[in-house]
Design a protein around this ligand. Structure first.
Ligand code: ADP
Length: 388
C-alpha cells in the first residue's frame, strides 16, 4: 500500500475514534444534567437558598454527580466540572452517604507543591433520600489575621512593660538616694532617657494603628520628593553628627508624587536613621531620587544606601515585621523599637507603593521606597503661570 493512502486511512480512523469518545462523553454529561434536574432534592427553592449563602454550598447526587454548587463553592473548588473537586472531600461525602451521620469538621485540600494545604471547615449531611449537602468555609485567612492580632497585643504588652518597669525601679532608686545629689542626678538622667523611649514607642504604636486603618493618608497633595528627602536629612542630621556619619544626597531628579508629605518624610527618616544606627562611626549614608518605568507605569524611587553591617537573606524577609530586630541589644542601644520598618512598609502601601531591600552582611544595605509618580502638569511651572 502507498504510504500516502495508509496515512489517510490512519487519519480517518483517528477522527472516528475522537468523534466516538466525544459523543459518549457528551451523552454522559447530558445524562448527569438530566439526573440533576430530575432529582427532587435539587428543587428551585433549594438552589435559591444555596445561592444566597456566604459559605460554599454543594449538593451531590447518589452517583457523586454535582446537582448544584453556588459561587463561593466554585471559588473554594468544591466542584471540578461535574465532579467533586478533590479526593478527601469525595471520601467524606461517600462516608456520610453510607452512614447517614452528619459530619462537622475540617477537611484539608492539598494545593500546588510547596503551598500550605487549604483547610476547609465543613458540615456534610444527607439531604432527602438521594443527596448529600456540603457547606464549607475557608477559615484559614480569618485564623491568620487573628494570630497576627494576638501576636501584636502580646508584643506590645512585653515592649511596654520593659520601660515602665525601668521607670519604677529608677523612681525607687531616686527615693533611696535622696541624700546623694550626684546619684539623684544620674538616676534622673536615666529616668528621662527611659521616659523618652516610652514616648517614642507609644507614638510609633499610634502611627502604626493609624496606618492600619481603612484610610491611613492624612492628606493627599502634590509632594516634591526632593523636599521629602531634605526634611528627612534635616531630622537625622544631629544623630549623624553624633556618630560622625556623612549624609550625602547624591542623585536627585525633579519628581513629584501624590500623598502626605509628613508621612513620607517619616518613612525616609526612619530609613536614614537605621542606616546611621547600623553603620560604623564615620560611615557614609547616601540618598538618591530616581525616576523609573516598570510595566508601562512611572515610579519615583528614593534609595537610602549604607555600607554598614548588612542583613542576611533570612533576616531580610523578617525585618518588616512589627517588633522584629536582628540584634535586640544594638537596636535598643540606638533607641530602636523594632517598629520603624513596619511603619515604612505601611506608609509605602498607603501611597500605592512598595519598599524593598538589597543587602549583604558586612557590605551594607540599600532600601528602596518606590512610589507611583505624579504625572500631571509641573506644579512649579503652574505656580509661575499663576504669578504672571
Ligand atoms: P529598629 O527600631 O530596631 O531599628 P526597624 O523596624 O527599623 O527597627 O528595623 C528592624 C531591624 O532591621 C533592626 O532591628 C535591624 O536589625 C535591621 N535593620 C534595619 N535597617 C538596617 C540597616 N540599614 N542595616 C542593617 N540592619 C538594619
Amino acid at each position: 500500500m502507498y504510504p500516502a493512502v495508509a496515512g489517510i486511512i490512519g487519519a480517518c480512523l483517528a477522527l472516528v475514534v475522537v468523534a466516538f469518545v466525544h459523543i459518549v462523553r457528551r451523552g454522559l454529561v447530558r445524562r448527569r444534567e438530566l439526573e440533576a434536574r430530575g432529582n427532587p432534592v435539587a428543587s428551585e427553592e433549594v438552589r435559591t437558598v444555596m445561592d444566597l449563602l456566604h459559605s460554599g454550598a454543594m449538593l451531590v447526587g447518589p452517583h457523586d454527580e454535582i446537582l448544584h454548587v453556588n459561587e463561593p463553592g466554585v471559588v473554594l473548588s468544591l466542584a471540578r466540572g461535574s465532579r467533586v473537586g478533590f479526593a478527601t472531600l469525595l471520601d467524606k461525602i461517600r462516608e456520610v452517604r453510607a452512614s447517614g451521620v452528619t459530619y462537622r469538621g475540617s477537611i484539608k485540600r492539598e494545593m500546588h507543591p510547596g503551598a500550605d494545604p487549604l483547610e476547609l471547615t465543613t458540615r456534610i449531611a444527607v439531604l432527602g433520600e438521594s443527596a448529600v449537602l456540603v457547606i464549607a468555609d475557608d477559615e484559614s485567612t480569618q485564623r491568620r489575621i487573628e494570630a497576627v492580632r494576638r501576636d501584636f497585643v502580646a508584643n506590645i504588652s512585653h515592649e511596654l512593660k520593659t520601660p515602665i518597669g525601668a521607670l519604677s525601679v529608677l523612681a525607687e532608686a531616686v527615693e533611696a538616694a535622696s541624700d546623694d545629689p550626684e546619684a539623684v542626678q544620674r538616676f534622673a538622667g536615666r529616668l528621662q532617657h527611659e521616659s523618652s523611649r516610652l514616648a517614642e514607642l507609644v507614638n510609633q504604636i499610634i502611627d502604626l494603628s493609624r496606618l492600619q486603618s481603612e484610610d491611613p493618608l492624612l492628606s493627599r497633595e502634590i509632594v516634591d520628593v526632593h523636599e521629602v528627602v531634605t526634611e528627612a536629612v534635616d531630622r537625622s542630621q544631629e544623630r549623624a553628627d553624633n556618630r560622625q556619619v556623612s549624609l550625602i544626597v547624591a542623585r536627585t531628579s525633579h519628581a513629584y508624587v501624590i500623598g502626605d508629605r509628613w508621612q513620607l518624610a517619616d518613612a525616609v527618616s526612619n530609613l536614614v536613621q537605621n542606616a546611621i544606627n547600623y553603620s560604623d562611626e564615620r560611615a557614609r549614608v547616601t540618598l538618591s531620587i530616581l525616576q523609573v518605568t516598570a510595566e508601562g507605569d512611572r515610579f519615583v524611587e528614593i534609595k537610602v544606601s549604607d555600607n554598614g553591617i548588612g542583613i542576611s537573606p533570612e533576616e531580610q524577609e523578617r525585618i518588616f515585621e512589627r517588633f522584629y530586630r536582628v540584634d535586640y541589644g544594638r537596636s535598643r542601644d540606638a533607641g530602636g523599637t523594632g517598629l520603624g520598618l513596619s511603619i515604612v512598609r505601611h506608609i509605602a502601601l498607603a501611597h500605592g507603593g512598595s519598599i524593598r531591600v538589597w543587602s549583604r552582611p558586612g557590605q551594607g544595605s540599600t532600601f528602596t521606597l518606590r512610589l507611583p509618580a505624579y504625572l500631571g502638569p509641573d506644579p512649579q511651572e503652574s505656580a509661575l503661570v499663576e504669578e504672571n
